[in-house]
Design a protein around this ligand. Sequence first.
Ligand SMILES: C[S@@+](CC[C@H](N)C(=O)[O-])C[C@H]1O[C@@H](n2cnc3c(N)ncnc32)[C@H](O)[C@@H]1O
Length: 408
Amino acid sequence: MGLADEPDTHAARLMRMLGGKWIVQALAAAAELRLADILTEPLALAELARRAECQPEPLARLLRVLVGEGLLELLPDSRYELTPLGAELRRGALGELAEFVGSPSQWVPWNKLTQSIRTGECAFTASQGQSLFEYLTAHPEEARLYDTAVDAFTRQQAHELANHELMADVQSIVDVGGGRGTLLLELLKRRPNLQGLLVDRPDVVATAAPRFDAAGLKGRYQLFGGDFFEALPEGADCYVIKHVIHNWSDADATKLLCACARAMAPGAKLLVVEGLLLPGNIRDLARYMDLEMLVLTESGKERSKPEFRKLFSRAGLKLASTHSLGLGAWLLVAQSGGGVSGLTRVMCAEQISWPWMRVSVRKVLTSSSPRMRSTSSSSSLPSAMYGCVSSSLRTPIIMPTRTRPPPR
Ligand SMILES: C[S@@+](CC[C@H](N)C(=O)[O-])C[C@H]1O[C@@H](n2cnc3c(N)ncnc32)[C@H](O)[C@@H]1O
C-alpha cells in the first residue's frame, strides 16, 4: 500500500505536511547533482552514478523517492527515465530554484521562525549575521543562485506582462530592482519599439549586459547599478517594480514608491507586480511568501489591496486597477494621484534633499549612494562600476532632461 492509498485522516494529512522536509531536500539534492540535466536519455543506476559523481547505493535511495514523487520512472529494464515533471528540475527551468530553496543560507534561517514570531527579528540576519542583500553581495556564488532562482518565478510572469494590453502604448520602461534583467529582456524581445533601463545593485546589473547583447538588444537597453532608494532615472512612460516592495517595511516601501513617483513622466504609469493577501479562509501562495519575508527580510511582508492603496497614496500615487498574472502574482497599476500626503513629505525628506532638479539620465547614472557603497563593499567591482554599466553611455537613450518641482 502506497502513501496515496492511506486513509485521509487528519493525522495522515499532518504527517504528509511534515514530510515536506524530505521532499524539498530530495528535490534540492537532485537539482544540485544535476540529475535532470544528465538524464537526457534513460540511464542505469551505475551510469547515472558515474555521471553524477555519486555512490550508487545512496543515489538509489534518492532515486526511489524521486520515482515515488513522479519525477522519474523506473523502466522494466531498470533504467531511470525523466518524466515531464522531472524535466522541470533542469537548469534554466526550476533547477536553480530547487537548489536555492534547499541551500543552507535559505534552510538554516527557517530554524529560527519561532524566534522571529516571538521577537519580530529577522531570522536570516539572526543566523547569518547580516541582512540578505549584504550576505548576497558578500557571497557571489550564492548570489548567482539567488538571482537565477528568482528568475524562475520571473520568467513565468514575464510573458503574461509582455502580452498585457497595458503595455501596448509603452515606449520606454524602467525596471526598478529588476535583478539580472529577465523581465526587461522578455519585454524588449516581445515589444520591438520598447526601450528599457534596468536598475539594481551594481554587482547584479553587471551580469546583465551579456544577456541583453546575446538577445540582440544592443542599443535598446541601459543598465543602472545603484541604490533604488536614492534616485531613479527620470522620464520613462512606464516604471515596473516586481517582487521588490515585499522585501521592505512600509516606510522603505513608501520611499521607493516616492522615488518612482518623482521619476515618472506626467501621465506615466507604475506597474507593481506582487502577491496579494486575499481575505478569507483560503490556501494561497501569498501567505507562504509572507512567512518567507518574515524569515528573510528585516521587515518585508506581503500586503493586501487596501494596504497597497495606502502605500500608493502616501507616495502621491493612485491605484488604478489590479490584474491577476497567474501563479499568485498580481499586477497593480498606479498612476499619479495628484497631491502627496504630509506623511510622505516627512518619509521622503531624505530623498527630497537629493539634488534631483534637472536630473538627466547621465547624472543619475553616475550618482553614488552611501547605502549601496556599504552593501557592496566586498564586491569585486571597481568603485567606478558603482554608478553605471551601460550599453551606450554616450547616448542616453531614454529619459529626457527635465525639471520638476519637488512634491509639496
Ligand atoms: C526579490 S528580487 C526581485 C528581482 C526582480 N524584480 C524579479 O522579480 O525577478 C529583489 C531585487 O531588489 C534588488 N535590490 C535590493 N536592494 C536594492 C537597492 N538598495 N537598490 C537596488 N536594488 C536593490 C536585489 O538585488 C534584487 O535583484
